[in-house]
Design a protein around this ligand. Structure first.
Ligand SMILES: Cc1cc2nc3c(=O)[nH]c(=O)nc-3n(C[C@H](O)[C@H](O)[C@H](O)COP(=O)(O)OP(=O)(O)OC[C@H]3O[C@@H](n4cnc5c(N)ncnc54)[C@H](O)[C@@H]3O)c2cc1C
Length: 332
């Protein structure tokens, strides 16, 4: 757990009533005592109490990522009311708690349509737990990396909308204390800014990223059905490699050509079918062709947005309940 305390220069009845309406707007549960209010955040909590003529805020967050996201949100909401939180520690000019810096160890062409990037950084070990994904950060030329301001919020040089923040999947990670060496695979596509970047980078190139985020390895059912397109190959390989040996199921992976097929360790009871692009079969069609059993099952679908939305509508129509499937849009 990480704890952070701040004071606000407004009286506590006003602060409590403001936070009560903010919580109602965000549909977050609150607990109140005679003079305090606690809001349950998606991860952690915020407690508002009196502090002399002013107000004290206390954030309890499970980790540095959640704490930074809470500080960013808090600073944004309080700014709407012209209030700035004063944290106990001086936060100006720091690396945001959900960001890491790394340097490229190697970047090479893995196969005709994939590049593989290996990077290492002093605090990358945290990407080994939680979500399987992270965002690369590309800012305006020469802008420098984001830092926190005195209110604890992330300041994006040139404004947040000037930053390109594409999501990638941690394909492999080797920890060494707090540091780690991390690998990710980039599907090379027409006009892709990351594709071009892969061709420009060299050992020593600096990288900044946020995360970890997104889904983790899903809870394993006895039968697992996985269907994904080119961008989902890294996550599907992570899931296949994490499956208990007695798992049954079907996995279908789409790649542009045979030379892009990677060796994958998976349970004997899970069939793995590679589909080469160019034929009529779409990931959605492959999903509809799975032989999903009536119970003890889980279906994972990831790919282009329109297909993922169709899959998200179709799966419950087949009787799959919330918690028995996920369908994620990886690109549009
Ligand atoms: C949770 C998650 C995990 C992901 N993991 C990976 C991963 O490990 N490896 C990986 O390669 N991708 C992954 N993706 C997909 C990746 O984030 C997108 O493809 C992203 O748009 C790539 O950024 P870019 O800068 O190369 O493309 P942009 O410069 O943003 O886009 C340029 C053009 O390319 C188009 N485009 C984007 N993606 C594709 C595509 N796949 N095929 C064809 N056209 C495309 C865009 O629509 C746009 O017109 C993941 C996405 C999510 C949400």
């Amino acid at each position: 757990m990480q704890r952070a305390d701040a004071t606000l220069e407004i009286d506590s009845p006003t602060a409590i009533s403001t936070f009560r309406s903010l919580a109602a707007r965000a549909e977050r549960p609150v607990t109140e005592t005679a003079d305090s209010l606690t809001i349950a955040l998606p991860r952690g909590s915020l407690t508002v109490t009196p502090d002399g003529a002013g107000t004290r805020l206390r954030l309890d967050s499970p980790d540095a990522v959640a704490l930074q996201l809470a500080r960013d949100l808090l600073a944004e909401r309080l700014a709407e009311h012209g209030v700035v939180p004063r944290w106990q520690e001086d936060l100006a000019g720091r690396q945001p708690g959900n960001q890491s810096r790394a340097t490229v160890v190697s970047a090479r062409r893995l196969s005709p349509n994939y590049s593989r990037v290996v990077m290492e950084g002093p605090d990358l070990a945290r990407f080994a737990e939680g979500g399987l994904h992270f965002r690369l950060l590309f800012g305006p030329e020469g802008a420098g990396w984001p830092e926190t301001d005195a209110s604890g919020a992330t300041r994006w040089p040139g404004g947040m909308t000037a930053w390109h923040r594409p999501v990638y999947t941690t394909r492999a990670i080797e920890r060494a204390g707090a540091a780690a060496r991390m690998t990710f695979d980039v599907f090379r596509h027409e006009g892709g800014r990351v594709t071009d970047w892969c061709d420009r980078i060299a050992p020593g190139t600096e990288i900044a990223m946020t995360g970890p985020g997104g889904g983790g390895i899903p809870e394993m059912a006895g039968w697992m059905g996985l269907v994904g397109d080119e961008t989902a190959m890294p996550v599907m390989i992570r899931i296949l490699e994490a499956m208990p040996a007695d798992t049954r199921g079907e996995a279908v992976l789409f790649v542009p050509e045979a030379a892009d097929i990677q060796p994958v360790r998976h349970p004997e009871g899970v069939s793995l079918r590679w589909v080469l692009r160019g034929g009529d079969e779409t990931p959605l069609a492959a999903l509809k062709a799975l032989s999903v059993p009536a119970a003890d099952r889980y279906v994972f679908f990831a790919g282009e947005k329109a297909q993922a939305l169709d899959a998200r509508a179709w799966l419950p129509e087949q009787g799959l309940q919330k918690g028995e499937f996920v369908s994620a849009a990886y690109w549009s």
